[in-house]
Design a protein around this ligand. Structure first.
Ligand SMILES: [Zn+2]
Length: 279
């Protein structure tokens, strides 16, 4: 009996240690920052929380920062920006996209419309609340040197008010978490996630913009097709409700997608859509 208890105890320790290592490794990977110098004025910083884009004017005096990352990665990003006149755009309120806002006390922050309470619930203390908000369906246009930047609020999708940023000359779209590239999406009901509206938003973006390069909220840079892939992910999983065979085929199709415990996974997406349709 004593031996059995010892073995069970040892197994529990192994599971806890392995689980700890798994979470630690995921976090390390999640927080790693990779820099892509897209062209002399535009830099993409992948990871470190959500992906970020920094666009600098020809004379280096002004910079536009799309999403500010979190914790140590937010500081790394801040150190890269030398311009004095900084405008920040937050694609949405989640902490991995807004956690560096407080590092820019002089900057103007632009985002969708969130109540202060919603912002506080989804973000962190370091996620300074926006100075300028954009209404659902509204598009704001900024001119930075020779580039025209569109900031468009698609309405409720991944959160209550997601905005995208489109660089006209470059045909480059920054989607925030409307696109998770090769990764199961974060679906948080209390943040306003709604798959039916999310699908509409993806469709409207495909029609609205000509896209050469697409910077997703997480994972590698993609192109226009990433919108279709994301839409297809939701539609096909929605169609597989109550059909175990279809689910098995889709599980196989998405087996290489990045997942994290039960939170980002095929089963989580399926469960979320099932629940949404019941409401
Ligand atoms: Zn998010």
């Amino acid at each position: 009996m004593k031996k059995v208890l010892q073995i069970v105890g040892l197994l529990i320790v192994v599971v806890i240690v392995a689980g700890g290592i798994y979470v630690w490794q995921f976090y390390q990977h999640f927080m790693k920052v990779e820099t892509i110098q897209y062209d002399p004025q535009l830099t993409i910083y992948l990871g470190g929380g959500g992906n970020s884009v920094v666009f600098t004017s020809e004379d280096s005096s002004a910079a536009l920062v799309v999403d500010t990352k979190m914790k140590g990665a937010a500081k790394i990003l801040k150190e890269k920006i030398k311009a004095k006149d900084i405008t920040i755009i937050n694609t949405h309120d989640h902490v991995d996209h807004t956690g560096g806002n407080a590092l820019y006390p002089q900057a103007k922050i632009i985002a969708g419309e969130y109540t202060k309470k919603q912002w506080a619930d989804d973000a962190s203390k370091a996620s300074r609340y926006p100075d300028i908000t954009i209404k659902p369906g509204e598009e704001k246009v900024l001119k930075i040197g020779s580039e025209t930047v569109h900031i468009y609020n698609v309405g409720r999708a991944h959160t209550f008010n997601d905005v995208v940023v489109y660089f006209d000359n470059r045909k480059l779209l920054v989607t925030g978490d409307l696109v998770f590239n090769n990764m199961h999406p974060g679906l948080i009901a209390k943040s306003g996630a709604n798959v039916a509206l999310w699908i509409n938003a993806l469709e409207s973006l495909s029609k609205k913009y000509q896209i050469k390069t697409l910077v997703p909220g997480h994972r590698p840079v993609a192109d226009q097709n990433a919108l279709v892939v994301m839409e297809d992910y939701f539609v096909s999983i929605g169609d597989s409700i109550s059909n175990k065979e279809k689910q098995a085929v889709l599980k196989e199709k998405y087996k290489n997608y990045v997942s994290f415990l039960g939170m980002l996974s095929f089963d989580n997406t399926l469960k979320f859509i099932e629940q949404e349709r019941k409401e």
